[in-house]
Design a protein around this ligand. Structure first.
Ligand SMILES: Nc1ncnc2c1ncn2[C@@H]1O[C@H](COP(=O)(O)OP(=O)(O)OP(=O)(O)O)[C@@H](O)[C@H]1O
Ligand SMILES: [Mg+2]
Length: 270
């Protein structure tokens, strides 16, 4: 569905990212449809936000590319059918949720959400309905006529997430969605992101974070961004399949011994 192909990024002579290769495949569970949650983790300053920018298409890599596969209507002799097409990522392909949840200060929540919904052809004519549904589900129905300055950090974050969901992108990219949240809000956000992936089978969530326990608890796959001895720049040093370890899609995962062992293993790679 998404592939990083030998992505490197340098600023002048300073190499930040080196030869990054990974792919996000579509996981299919028997009898169940759901989206995927992938985390890119690594210590502070390692290059996560830079990789986030490359993935979003907002930053061109110095070499290599991010390829995405998407469903596209195609004309055939028998009418229009959906086919998979591969191409290089462009700005706007992904729903991007920045760390500071930037919102336009002069628009109310409702106005911002309506603007997002209008960008999604699938919602033509039912924008208001879709907004009401998400606002209820994510508990911001009371804030529809508020301006961003009148919202709490957690509310702003939920508005940002709904905005991107309304736009209808298949990929949601989140930079540090767990930072600066108190423990109660953190639980709520984790639950909400899980809800998004569970309720919409076609969404892929890519989370960039240094909060390793939370990232591991919510993901089905983890990629570790780190350094290799004697080499400049950061690269993917390990991929961990949490599904294989029985750690994916579970609420009680933190109590599992394998969960603590996995965290210990990750620490040795950072
Ligand atoms: N425009 C730039 N020119 C040169 N170096 C840069 C530029 N932007 C970022 N860097 C460097 O890239 C490296 C990676 O930064 P990045 O913001 O991606 O780290 P991070 O892993 O997201 O850290 P954190 O967990 O603290 O958010 C840092 O060493 C930073 O100084
Ligand atoms: Mg960062």
């Amino acid at each position: 569905m998404l592939q990083a192909e030998a992505v490197s990024l340098s600023y002048g002579s300073k190499c930040i990212l080196r030869e990054i290769n990974f792919s996000i495949r579509d996981i299919v569970r028997p009898g169940l449809q759901q989206g995927q949650v992938v985390s890119l983790i690594g210590r502070s300053g390692i290059g996560k936000t830079q990789l986030f920018r490359v993935l979003s298409g907002l930053q061109k890599p110095s070499s290599g590319r991010i390829a995405i596969r998407e469903r596209r209507p195609a004309e055939t002799g028998k009418g229009v059918i959906e086919v998979w097409q591969e191409r290089t990522v462009e700005p706007g392909d992904m729903g991007v949720i920045f760390q500071n949840y930037y919102q336009f200060g002069w628009r109310t929540v409702r106005q911002s959400l309506l603007l997002a919904a209008k960008q999604n052809k699938a919602l033509a004519g039912i924008e208001e309905e879709a907004i009401r549904e998400y606002a209820g589900r994510f508990d911001i129905a009371d804030t529809m006529h508020h301006y961003p300055a009148q919202l709490s950090g957690g509310q702003q974050q939920r508005v940002s997430i709904i905005q991107q969901l309304l736009k209808g992108a298949d990929f949601l990219l989140l930079d540090e969605p767990f930072s600066g949240l108190d423990i109660c809000v953190l639980d709520k956000v984790t639950e909400l992101l899980l809800q998004v992936s569970l309720s919409d089978e076609l969404k892929t969530l890519i989370i960039v974070s240094h909060d390793i326990p939370t990232a591991v608890a919510i993901s089905d796959t983890v990629f570790i961004l780190g350094r290799e001895a004697g080499k400049e720049g950061s690269t993917i040093v390990r991929e961990i399949d949490l599904m294989e370890r029985g750690l994916a899609w579970r609420q009680d995962v933190r109590q599992d011994k394998v969960f603590s062992e996995t965290l210990a293993e990750i620490k040795t790679c950072l």
